[in-house]
Write a protein of this length. Structure first.
Lengths: 498, 320, 164
């Protein structure tokens, strides 16, 4: 208890509070700029943090982590361009809400959901770190495969009106995830002798191309005169978020946060998977799943709560085992080591004070996010007032810069253009985009886990069925697919009647 | 007469710029060091150490750019194709010679000349602490009695830890009896070992240090000529009678066609930077070893590595 | 009716692309030696087959719909609703083509010049008419983006022959 108070007292300092606020601000801006990932923000703050006392440094980085998970949704909602990979699912309903003149409401929902997710994620971390990490260790390749399969089954539910077309999108997403080096043998696949494709298509190029650029191309079908029209200010109906509307989402937010935290706990998967799985799951259990994609609050609350909860979850293996739970915490390891904190199994025993410091910093970061975000929202919303003829070209330049910034490689911007064209063709022919994106994200891990498992089992499939966790997950995947297909059929029949 | 004067002036005008270029007026703008790995990762952080003292010793800042991809090959391709004027350098690991022989790349071994050795890390094989063997010999015997049960993880085909891990197992003579399982990174491999899904992991000391300290994992052997400072109780393979001493070097390269006087300036500067007290202090804090070799030595090392790795990959069976 | 033509068309295109992938692109792009239980081309081939099956079903859906409406005959080729007008998408083609040119040019002239010129072009392409206004806005926007990304987030942009 003493140690806890010692750690707490460190935070009663102007410097530390300022550090947290600065971290959140940097995170929101970095997250809001497509191409600047949450890991980059922390990598950027790392050298600066070296000169700062430890609590300030930790506050800075936790602030940045939470801030960037919200920041990504700002550009996702306003310009249909996910600012971070974890905000890709928010783009789907977020941008639609902005088109409906409800960008303010969408941003506020994103903020409140992000903060709630952050708090719930932190609470899960505090309460269940040790038991969760022992469960996480039980997840070997077969279990990861089962989990990916289950996530894939959810796609069946978000295919919208045409299951067949959703499946085609899904297969296409899986296919493009195979571009690059074969994960087990290293063989080059679909790289067309271009070394830039050796690591596959970059996630951001896919997201930005298929969402943002495809939309720009779609908008281009309007005449120059139409695009030049001023945006109608009177169109801003119902733009604030009422407490009731937020409270209606409480079940959604809690469930999505849990999903996000649990996904964060597993090393190797993080925000980009969590946002889609929670989105698909929210759609699955919703009473009006057909409304997803038209611009509803549920479609924003779910992924935003999930991606902020990932932070708490990813810290579980980091603090209990020294193994980072996602790419952002991987950078955090280096930062912590430099400050003399050694993440590992002995951390709780040798340096519990630092653990408390991290918990408190995470908690305060969420609070700071709430206030900084609230301040920023009216400012961000101004972007929507630009007319399309101005906004769309600028969005395009941001897309190019964003896809370039990831690897300092112009080729990634070129692939974005190709993927944008593909996304546009799919849109025009009424193929849903969400299944493509979700299966692209899951595809690499899916194939790798499958083949890793088969190597371990000497190519016998029984490995999936003799291990309890993977058996449960695979059965769950099959059952889910059935339920989804059946519900889809019922829905199609209903709409056909109308 | 006029014609002769004119020709003389013309000759002087032509010769002058060339002679000026020979003068070591280098550097006049920042020097870019390209790292072929992701920002925030171990290699990037190690490269960033160079930037701290740069302005003092070089007169110009050093800027580190990350161009990740293809196990370092994208960064290497970029530097190989860059202008050889000394303003674009490569910070590479042993993946450079590896990628030349395991992969199809657009540069050749003669595109680079070594400038300085900055780091040298020894890989090791670690298992969970309750594994039924405690040293290399016991492990080898166990594998003989339990064929097909031993699996090991590495962070990806063609990675340094893949080749070095394969080398360690080759030295033990068990290559055909073990299962090799690639993971996305060393951390995922460690997680798999702790969970009992995979038997061993090929890793650098820094990543498993805490696990070993906590008693969750034990080191079977370190591939190095002598014991390492971070894990003084971990035996090396060579002292256990198995010939695996290959370590992973990291160093700075310049495009081969860079003028010799520019190379000389860079050589002297890196000697000062890497051997400076400040650099060494920060390196230790980062968990990096403190080594240095100058251009001539490092270049010879590089050449040696090229032949050795070429043969090694064939012997181990990673290339034909 | 247009939807049914579109379905039939999409389905056939999917089958054709899958065939292309299966018989030509996959063997060309995935070359491996030896025989593991799961080869690198296993997954891609599996996916392509599944995709082709779905494509077939989609095409059949479209065909049945047309049959019910009595349109499954020669009119499939002549009906105006079945036509795909490429002219409708001219603007998209121009945009994509110019974007690729912009990226290639960036390697020569550097990010700033290429972006200022291209953004000016885009602003006019999307509906603005005053050239000077577009140029000014371009310079400001590209300038801000460049500064924020390169100074705050330390991204180095492609430099042109002029050195910036």
């Amino acid at each position: 208890m003493n140690i806890f108070f010692n750690s707490l007292v460190q935070f009663v300092s102007f410097e530390v509070i300022l550090g947290i606020i600065a971290g959140v601000a940097v995170g929101i801006i970095g997250g809001g700029l497509p191409g600047i990932s949450p890991s980059m923000c922390i990598a950027l703050l790392l050298p600066i943090s070296l000169y700062l006392p430890t609590p300030v440094a930790i506050g800075l980085m936790m602030g940045s982590y939470q801030g960037s998970m919200f920041g990504g949704s700002v550009s996702a909602i306003l310009i249909n361009t996910p600012g971070t990979a974890s905000a890709a699912a928010t783009t789907i309903d977020g941008y639609q809400m902005a088109l409906n003149g409800q960008s303010g409401k969408a941003l506020r929902m994103a903020l409140f959901a992000s903060c709630s997710g952050g708090i719930i994620g932190t609470m899960i971390l505090l309460a269940m770190a040790k038991p969760l990490s022992s469960v996480a260790l039980k997840f070997g390749p077969p279990e990861y495969f089962g989990l990916m399969l289950l996530s894939l089954a959810l796609i069946a539910g978000i295919s919208g009106k045409s299951l067949l077309k959703g499946l085609v999108s899904g297969f296409l997403g899986l296919l493009i995830s195979t571009v690059g080096m074969d994960p087990i043998l290293g063989t080059r696949r679909f790289t067309f002798r271009n070394i830039n494709l050796a690591d596959g298509l970059q996630t951001l190029s896919v997201f930005i191309g298929v969402f943002a650029l495809a939309e720009v191309l779609a908008q281009l079908s309007q005449s120059r005169v139409q695009l030049f029209k001023k945006t109608d200010p009177l169109n801003v109906i119902d733009n604030k978020l009422s407490f009731r509307e937020f409270w209606d989402q409480k079940v959604n937010i809690v469930k999505s946060s849990i999903i996000g935290a649990l996904i964060g706990v597993l090393p190797g998967i993080g925000g980009s998977t969590a946002c889609f799985v929670s989105y698909a799951e929210a759609q699955r259990r919703s009473k009006h799943p057909e409304k997803f994609g038209t611009g509803i609050l549920e479609g924003i609350a779910a992924p935003e709560a999930a991606n902020n909860a990932v932070a708490g979850g990813a810290l579980v293996p980091l603090l209990t085992l020294g193994i980072p739970g996602d790419v952002v915490t991987a950078i955090l390891v280096g930062a912590l080591i430099v400050h003399g904190i050694k993440p590992g199994p002995l951390l709780f025993i040798e340096d519990i004070g630092s653990v408390y410091t991290i918990y408190i910093a995470l908690f305060l970061a969420v609070i700071a996010l709430f206030f900084v975000g609230k301040l920023g929202i009216p400012f961000f919303s101004k972007i929507v007032k630009l007319r399309k003829a101005t906004l769309l070209p600028m969005i395009f330049i941001i897309c190019v810069v964003g896809t370039y910034a990831n690897r300092s490689n112009i080729f990634d911007s070129m692939t974005m253009i190709g993927l944008g064209a593909m996304g546009f063709i799919l849109k025009k022919n009424k193929f849903p985009i969400a299944p493509l994106v979700i299966s692209f994200v899951i595809g690499a891990q899916l194939e790798m886990s499958l083949r890793q498992s088969l190597i371990l089992s000497d190519y016998s499939i029984s490995i999936f069925f003799t291990r309890p966790i993977s058996l449960v997950l695979i059965i769950g995947a099959v059952v889910f697919s059935f339920l989804m297909v059946r519900r889809n059929r019922k829905l199609a029949a209903k709409t056909a009647e109308n | 007469m006029k014609k002769a004067m004119f020709t003389l002036v013309l000759i002087i005008l032509l010769v002058l710029p060339a002679s000026l270029a020979a003068a070591p007026n280098f550097p006049v703008k920042p020097v870019e060091v390209v790292v072929g790995f992701a920002a925030g990762g171990g290699t990037h952080l190690a490269a960033e150490l160079l930037t701290l003292e740069a302005t003092t010793y070089l007169g110009q800042p050093i800027q580190v750019t990350c161009k990740p991809g293809a196990g370092g090959a994208i960064g290497a391709t970029y530097v190989a194709a860059a202008k050889a004027d000394g303003y674009t350098l490569l910070y590479a690991t042993m993946s450079l010679p590896i990628s030349l022989y395991m992969d199809s790349v657009d540069f050749s071994e003669n595109d680079f000349v070594g400038l300085a050795l900055a780091s040298d890390v020894a890989p090791l094989l670690a298992v969970r602490s309750d594994a039924p063997f405690n040293n290399a010999k016991e492990m080898k015997d166990w594998i003989a009695v339990n064929p097909g049960k031993f699996s090991w993880s590495h962070p990806g085909v063609g990675s340094t830890l893949h080749v070095l891990g394969a080398n360690m197992l080759y030295a033990l003579g068990v290559t055909r009896q073990v299962k090799e399982v690639p993971f996305k990174g060393t951390n995922e491999g460690i997680s798999a070992v702790l969970g009992g899904h995979v038997t061993a992991v090929s890793s650098f000391p820094a990543t498993v240090l805490e696990q070993v300290r906590a008693g969750k994992m034990k080191v079977i052997g370190v591939s190095s000529s002598k014991r390492i400072a971070e894990l003084p109780d971990a035996p090396t393979f060579i002292e256990q009678g198995f010939k695996a001493t290959l370590t992973s070097t990291r160093g700075i390269f310049a495009p081969a066609k860079t003028p010799k006087d520019v190379l000389a300036v860079l050589d002297k500067t890196f000697a000062k930077i890497i051997q400076s007290e400040d650099f060494q202090k920060r390196a230790i804090k980062l968990g990096e070893p403190v080594v240095y070799a100058d251009s001539a030595t490092f270049n010879a090392m590089y050449r040696e590595q090229l032949t050795m790795i070429k043969d090694l990959l064939k012997e181990i069976g990673l290339t034909k | 009716m247009e939807k049914k033509y579109a379905d039939l068309r999409s389905g056939i295109v999917i089958i054709l692309i899958c065939a292309l992938l299966y018989f030509w692109i996959i063997p060309a792009q995935i070359k491996y030696r030896g025989q593991a239980d799961i080869n690198p081309d296993f997954f891609p081939r599996l996916l392509v087959i599944c995709g082709a099956l779905c494509g077939l079903l989609i095409a059949l859906q479209g065909a049945f719909g047309l049959k019910k409406a009595g349109r499954l005959n020669r009119s499939v080729f002549t009906d105006p609703e079945a036509k795909v007008s490429f002219k409708k998408y001219l603007r998209q083609f121009v945009f994509l083509g110019s974007a690729l040119i912009y990226l290639f040019v960036m390697n020569c002239t550097g990010f700033i010049i290429a972006s200022v010129l291209y953004l000016t072009f885009l602003l006019m392409f999307f509906g603005h008419s005053k050239f000077h206004w577009c140029l000014m806005k371009s310079v400001i926007f590209v300038g801000v983006v460049y500064l924020v990304f390169s100074l705050a987030f330390k991204i180095s942009f492609p430099q042109g022959i002029l050195g910036f």
